[in-house]
Structures are given as structure tokens and as C-alpha cells.
Design a protein around this ligand. Structure first.
Ligand code: HEC
Ligand code: HEC
Length: 279
């Protein structure tokens, strides 16, 4: 690492050195349903014994917003998502609801995404939605990380809330997973930092005014207090890459899909929390 980069990295990584969580209460109950915010790390994780949801690292006020759907600002957008799914769009004169009458049919899906499809491609929830739009509705695809996509994927994700993350990483998925792992450990940007340098080596410490988590994705799309809207996984990856002054991969790129699979696998056993509340 060049000296000036090392100094910049030290400045940004002014970790307070205090390990620990915002609160000791580690049980999250949402609308009466118990959500697992920690789990024994899956066997493939060599350096971490326990995985924790990002919820555990937030302040008590932020945590509380997620315990009641009425207080959870993400639900404004979930409502938008339901409305979008009921509205007709495209040349076939259909809405999502024409074919998917009840969103509950999507229960369990989010916990297993992304996954490899029959053509051997790694597919995300966003891909599934846009395939239905272009191939079954005769409609334009939605912007991958746009507000419509975030709202509808929040509705679909919500149907899996409370279910444990459980993505396939073997067989056809293995090469994508390996690629994602390589990306996770690759040092990038002017600050020469990998995802692991922050989210594996230093979770539990303070970075500037933020409490550093393991960078889990079980709560996405996530309502962020910072921008008061739902944020997609790839937008978050992009933001973290920009923070280390790296050129981020494109939203919806193969790199980010592989990283998404790898990160999902690092959250194996955590409950889906969609839509979660974060800073
Ligand atoms: C003309 C009918 C039709 C319309 C309209 C439609 N879909 Fe689909 N959708 C399907 C079919 C058929 C499948 C494949 C089902 C399967 O593979 O079991 C599917 C699959 C899906 C899946 C994957 C489900 C799974 O468990 O693998 C999702 C998610 C989905 N659709 C979301 C949507 C959304 C969101 C919309 C509206 C933007 C929409 N669909 C519009 C027919 C439709
Ligand atoms: C310089 C340190 C740093 C690096 C490097 C970094 N992040 Fe982050 N990341 C943060 C901070 C700070 C936050 C906000 C607090 C938190 O949840 O950790 C965050 C948040 C996240 C979140 C949201 C977690 C949640 O619970 O909603 C994800 C996902 C994430 N990062 C993924 C990544 C990925 C993938 C990489 C590598 C491409 C990466 N980060 C690199 C600092 C970093």
C-alpha cells in the first residue's frame, strides 16, 4: 500500500477499538414473529464463528423501527409495490396480479436467491421480475435498482420474512460463488481495501460515526434513514466501493451478482428481514 493511501485508510478506518453491539438484547420480534439475528457461521466461513444481522449494530431507536410494521418506513414502499403489482402494464394488458394472484405464493423465494437457472445463468430476484415484464407482459424492464424494482422486490422479499437464508452454492452455483468470494477478498480502490477488511476483520468497531456490521444482505431491500427510501443490494455494494474510492462494478453486473450470491451464503441461517431499517 502506498504511504498516502495507508494514511487515508487509517483515517477512514479510525476504529474505536471497542467491540460490541448497540444493545445486548439480541432478540428481534417483528409483529410477534421471532427473527434470528445471529447464527453459527456456515462451514465455508473460515474466519468468523457467528454471523450477525446488521440490525444488531444499529442504535436502539433504529432497531425499534423494525419491530412494528407501522413504525417501519419501508412499508410505505411495500404499499407502492402492492399497487404496482396490481396495475396493468405492457402490450399484453396484464398486471403481475393477473398471473400471481396472491403475493404469498412467493414465500421462501427470497431466502434462496440468487440462484442458477436452467440456462446456467446466475439469476437475481430483479432478473425474475424483469423476465416476467419483458417476456410475459410485453412491458419495458424496470431499472435494476430503481424505485419500482425496489418496491416490488420488497413485497416479494417480505413473503419470506423470518425464514432462514439458504442459498445453493454447490453444483452449477459453485463457480459463481468462487468468483464472488474472490471479489469479497480483493483489495480495491485508492484505499486498497477489500470488503473483508471492514466487514470481516473489523465488524463491531466504529467507523466514523457508524457502527460497522458484517455487511449482511438478509434485510434487503433496505430502508435507509440516510436517503429515506428503499435501497437495493447492488446500490449498497456500489456505495461501499465508492467509499474506498474504487470504480464500482455496474448495477446488475455479473460481478455484483456473484458477490450477492457469496454474501447471501455468508448469511446462511439468518432470517430474511425485508424490509429492514438501516442508517
Ligand atoms: C402472463 C402471466 C405472468 C405475468 C403477467 C407475470 N408473471 Fe411472473 N411468472 C409467470 C410464470 C408462468 C412464471 C414461472 C413460474 C414457475 O417457474 O414456476 C413466473 C415466475 C415469476 C417469479 C419467480 C417465481 C419462482 O418461485 O421461481 C417471480 C418472482 C415473478 N414471476 C414475479 C412477477 C412480477 C413481479 C410480475 C409483474 C411485474 C409478474 N411476475 C408478472 C407468469 C407471469
Ligand atoms: C471502509 C470500510 C468498508 C468497506 C471496505 C466496505 N464496506 Fe460495506 N459498509 C461499510 C459501512 C460503514 C457500512 C454501514 C454500517 C454497516 O452496516 O456496517 C456498510 C454497509 C454495508 C452493507 C449493508 C449491511 C446491512 O445490514 O444493511 C453491505 C451489504 C455492505 N456494506 C457490503 C459491502 C461489500 C460487498 C463490500 C466490498 C465490495 C463492502 N461493503 C466494503 C463500510 C465498508
Amino acid at each position: 500500500m502506498k504511504l498516502q493511501n495507508a494514511i487515508a485508510a487509517a483515517a477512514i478506518l479510525s476504529f474505536a477499538g471497542t467491540m460490541g453491539f448497540a444493545q445486548t438484547d439480541n432478540e428481534l420480534t417483528v409483529e410477534g414473529q421471532l427473527i434470528s439475528t445471529e447464527a453459527a457461521a456456515p462451514a465455508h466461513m473460515e474466519n468468523v464463528g457467528t454471523v450477525y444481522s446488521g440490525w444488531r449494530f444499529r442504535s436502539e431507536e433504529t432497531q425499534a423501527m423494525q419491530t412494528d410494521d407501522f413504525d417501519n418506513s419501508g412499508f410505505v414502499f411495500v404499499d407502492d409495490g402492492f399497487a404496482l403489482m396490481a396495475s396493468v402494464d405492457g402490450s399484453e394488458g396484464k398486471s403481475c396480479a393477473s398471473c400471481h394472484e396472491d403475493a404469498e405464493e412467493f414465500a421462501g423465494l427470497k431466502a434462496q436467491m440468487p440462484r442458477v437457472n436452467d440456462s446456467g445463468e446466475l439469476e437475481t430476484l430483479e432478473d425474475l421480475v424483469n423476465t416476467c415484464r419483458t417476456e410475459r407482459m410485453g412491458a419495458e424492464p424496470w431499472k435494476y435498482n430503481g424505485s419500482q424494482m425496489a418496491a416490488v422486490t420488497a413485497v416479494i422479499g417480505l413473503q419470506s420474512r423470518g425464514l432462514p437464508v439458504d442459498v445453493a452454492i454447490d453444483g452449477a452455483a459453485e463457480s459463481f460463488w468462487e468468483r464472488g468470494k474472490d471479489l469479497y477478498y480483493a483489495r480495491v480502490g485508492q484505499l486498497d481495501l477489500s470488503c473483508a477488511n471492514c466487514h470481516e476483520d473489523n465488524y463491531g468497531t466504529m467507523i466514523r460515526a457508524d457502527h460497522l456490521s458484517q455487511g449482511q444482505i438478509n434485510g434487503f431491500p433496505t430502508y435507509r434513514l440516510k436517503n429515506a427510501k428503499l435501497n437495493t443490494v447492488h446500490s449498497r455494494f456500489s456505495g461501499c466501493m465508492k467509499n474506498v474510492r474504487a470504480e464500482p462494478y455496474a448495477i446488475g453486473s455479473d460481478e455484483f451478482k456473484a458477490l450477492e450470491l457469496y454474501l447471501a451464503s455468508r448469511g446462511t441461517g439468518l432470517s430474511v428481514e425485508t424490509p429492514s431499517i438501516r442508517n
